[in-house]
Design a protein around this ligand. Structure first.
Ligand SMILES: Nc1ncnc2c1ncn2[C@@H]1O[C@H](COP(=O)(O)OP(=O)(O)OP(=O)(O)O)[C@@H](O)[C@H]1O
Length: 818
């Protein structure tokens, strides 16, 4: 429209019409806002010069930070808008042109509909020109082809673009009065963004009051079948179209403005005419029409910008909403998954527990030696990989080029702590010891692999103390909380160069191990060593009453243990160390704790527990031992190989097992081959350099695991209850308890009063025990004497008979009788 108007004006002014530049899609090289503002300011000045009152500045035209900071970066970087948008349906696009009578060329009839030709020339002035100017180079039916000046763009769909004039969408408005001081009327804009098919949202009250910009919905209505991604894609697609259209229109507006200004500036009439009084030769009406066109174009441009901004902000809102929705849904499903995972984990844990319980039961029934593997922390290249809780792989190294997988009952790697993890697994064995089973815990492994650390650790540290101290803790805790009287005794021996040494009485000659298949050998005053085998000559059995006294005893024993340095360990144990604990557990029953107990039997349990820290096997080459160390190493290796051999024989269920080959196997006979629950802790130094030794240790572990010992039995027996003794004990306990209670309340004086009581009670107890013993001895004596008397009478009778016979013979019976 503007073009036709200006063309007629130009022909009237006898000036050659400027050739409008071929329009390219202005995405990449969009006209800067500043240029627009400059152009608008120049135009305002000109209008003022011509006596036209400037319209009020539209707030929509001011550049907002949204466009600068959000929209452009979003469009350029994220949406990747093409620099020339191609209509997907190509030549199917239809342009609906409604011409405004006074603005469009006559060849365009209002309401005409035609298909845009391929590569039409945007500078064509009418349809025929347009059709003729098809150029094969131009991309067919891209939006860059639109050269219509006086129409607004509305994208109905990706493939349909409708151009409509204001007359069609609104009631036709009369042309504004041709007065120089007419005010700005936004309704005078001739362009309108108008959807033809998609329903338009009713204009809100806050929208432009007079010139209602019918915003087409930028996004298609959400289809329930579409996925979120498709919906977003479609929205982005629509927004891209709107942006293309907006930019195109913007560009056109700018071109028109520039063209009009140039026309106007080049006009000799304008140049000649003073500001206040236009030259009579100027067609003032035409100028005003031109101004009106520019004005309306600017309005439309502002409206388009506003619509575009609104669309973008709507899209951003939608994106935010969709994002929040997606996050919410993801969280929801994640929560569901979490709950399910937790449920499955709990299920898995309970199944594992069940499986382990069953496994333990099977092992208990079969009497297997249980085997744990512990890896010590090291720095350097390692050859051992923990596959699972029960499986380790030893990778090949230079010396052994075969990978080997070993399965054990439990693997502890560097992460597992001494306190919780390792002892947690050992604790059930301590309970078994309290229940009356013999228990044996052995630490086996190459030198420097952490055996001593695991079994003894730092005795006086709460965090790094080894299994022995924890075993004592559990024993005393359990003893304090049940109805048994528990007496714990400890002995510590070492086997050094095949000699059994009592560590609690150093300097004694080496001890002997005596094996008695029936009842063992009784060592005087020590009942608990009656189990086979017994250590003959063992005098230092220390009764311990608390964990502290246990620690002190072990500390004393360890001070006498043979320790030396080799290349692999500064404090290498040069002997096998064995601490044996015997518990005498006497059950008096709850009733016996009351006064007036009548009688019955006491259940006595006398289980033994061996805690063994074996000396480390070592290759003489790698440990670099000489002299005494070398001799020690040879003895150690010999005894360990005897142990391996015994295990092999046990595994193969051979009739004869050679326990007597070494002191170690003799001492451990009732642990590995007898009636005991045995745990073997295979300690491993996982460094790649030790791969071969590690393999040997794990082979030993697997072999031990395969040994079936048979079901362990409890060591308990019923004994007739010495009523007097029990009564005295109970009374003594009651007095002690009351003394304790009173002592807690009263002062030292009370203690002084109670002390004799306690002492008297103790004396009575001892007296009772003595009386009982005396009575027993008297009974035995009487019995023996009784037997002797009978025999003597019999003998006397016999002697008398013999005597009579002799007399008869000597004197000549017949004579005598005669
Ligand atoms: N699990 C562990 N955590 C921390 N340090 C450990 C661990 N295991 C072993 N060590 C350290 O490794 C070194 C050697 O350990 P240890 O003396 O227990 O080995 P060993 O197998 O008893 O050797 P040997 O048979 O020669 O007596 C010690 O300094 C010990 O503190």
């Amino acid at each position: 429209m503007a073009e036709s108007t200006t063309r007629s004006m130009a022909s009237r002014l006898k000036k050659p019409a400027l050739r409008r530049p071929v329009m390219r899609l202005p995405f990449e090289d969009d006209i800067p806002i500043k240029d627009l503002e400059d152009g608008a300011a120049r135009y305002d000045r000109l209008r003022h010069h011509c006596g036209v009152v400037s319209p009020p500045a539209s707030p929509a035209t001011t550049d907002s930070p949204v466009e600068e900071e959000v929209v452009r970066p979003l469009i350029r970087s994220r949406l990747r808008v093409p620099t020339s948008y191609r209509d997907p349906r190509g030549t199917e696009s239809r342009l609906q042109i409604r011409r405004r009578k006074e603005a469009l060329p006559t060849s365009f009839i209002n309401g005409d509909t035609f298909t845009p030709p391929r590569g039409h020339n945007p500078t064509a002035k009418n349809e025929s020109q347009w059709k003729k100017s098809k150029s094969p180079e131009t991309s067919p039916s891209t939006l860059t082809d639109f050269s219509d000046d006086d129409v607004d763009l509305a994208c109905q769909s990706p493939s349909r673009i409708a151009f409509t004039t204001r007359q069609q969408s609104l009631a036709p408005s009369p042309m504004p009065p041709d007065t120089p001081d007419r005010q700005y009327d936004p309704r005078r804009s001739r362009l309108r963004l108008m959807p033809t098919k998609i329903p338009v949202a009713p204009p809100s009250e806050t929208s432009t009051p007079a010139r209602v910009i019918a915003r087409r919905p930028l996004f298609p209505p959400p289809s329930p079948t579409r996925s979120t991604e498709q919906l977003l894609e479609a929205r982005v697609h629509y927004l891209t179209e709107a942006l293309v259209a907006a930019n195109q229109h913007h560009k056109k507006t700018q071109e028109h403005l520039a063209w009009a200004l140039q026309e106007f500036a080049n006009s000799p009439v304008v140049d000649a005419c003073p500001a206040e009084q236009p030259t009579p030769g100027v067609d003032r009406r035409a100028l005003l029409a031109l101004a009106d066109q520019v004005d309306s174009l600017q309005d439309d441009h502002a409206a388009l910008k506003a619509a575009f901004r609104a669309g973008v902000s709507e899209l951003l809102d939608d994106l935010a909403r969709l994002g929040a929705d997606l996050v919410h849904r993801a969280r929801h499903s994640h929560g569901h998954l979490d709950a399910r995972v937790q449920q499955l984990q709990a299920q898995h844990a309970s199944l594992l527990k069940e499986r382990r319980a069953l496994h333990n039961t099977i092992q208990e029934l079969r009497g297997n030696i249980r085997v744990f593997c512990r890896l010590r922390p090291v720095a350097g290249k390692v050859a051992v990989v923990v596959n699972s809780e029960q499986m380790v792989t030893v990778r090949p190294d230079d010396r052994s080029n075969q990978e080997a997988v070993f399965s054990v009952d439990k693997v502890f790697d560097q992460k597992h702590s001494q306190l919780d993890d390792v002892f947690h697994e050992v604790a059930p064995l301590v309970t078994s010891a309290l229940d009356g089973y013999n228990v044996c815990i052995l630490a086996y492994g190459q030198t420097g692999s952490g055996k001593t650390h695991t079994m003894l650790g730092d005795l006086r540290s709460a965090d790094t103390s080894g299994l022995c101290v924890r075993v004592f803790h559990q024993l005393f805790d359990a003893a304090a909380s049940d109805d048994y009287e528990t007496h714990i005794e400890v002995s510590c021996v070492e086997i050094y160069n095949e000699k059994l040494v009592d560590l609690l009485v150093p300097g004694q000659p080496s001890l002997e191990i005596h094996v008695d298949k029936k009842a063992g050998v009784s060592v005087p005053q020590r009942k608990w060593v009656r189990c086979t085998p017994a250590v003959v000559g063992l005098t230092s059995i220390v009764a311990v009453e608390s964990v502290q006294s246990c620690v002190q005893t072990m500390d004393k024993a360890l001070r006498h243990r043979a320790v030396g340095a080799n290349d692999l360990n500064d404090k290498s144990s040069r002997s096998h160390w064995c601490a044996s604990k015997a518990n005498e557990r006497l059950s008096l029953g709850v009733a016996s704790r009351r006064y007036g107990y009548g009688g019955g039997t006491a259940r006595c349990r006398r289980p033994k527990m061996h805690l063994v820290d074996l000396a480390g096997s070592e290759r003489l080459g790698s440990s670099n031992s000489h002299g005494d160390r070398r001799l020690e190493a040879q003895h150690i290796n010999k005894s360990l190989s005897a142990l391996r051999h015994v295990l092999l024989q046990l595994k193969n269920k051979e009739a004869f097992v050679s326990y007597r080959n070494s002191k170690l196997t003799m001492l451990l006979q009732d642990a590995i081959g007898g009636n005991a629950k045995t745990l073997l802790l295979v300690c491993v130094n996982p460094l790649a350099a030790n791969a071969l030794e590690t393999k040997c240790s794990l082979v030993f572990g697997e072999r031990a695991n395969a040994v079936e010992l048979g079901r362990a039995h409890r060591h308990h027996r019923e004994e007739p209850l010495d009523v007097e003794l029990v009564e005295q004990r109970v009374k003594g306990e009651a007095v002690s308890r009351s003394a304790e209670a009173l002592g807690a309340q009263t002062l030292e004086a009370d203690e002084l009063v109670l002390q004799p009581l306690v002492l008297t009670n103790h004396v009575r107890r001892v007296e009772c025990e003595l009386t009982a013993l005396r009575r027993k001895r008297r009974l035995r004596h009487e019995k023996r004497l009784g037997l002797g008397a009978e025999a003597a009478v019999e003998r006397l009778d016999l002697l008398e008979v013999v005597h009579v016979g002799l007399d008869f013979d000597l004197l000549g019976g017949e004579k005598l009788i005669r």
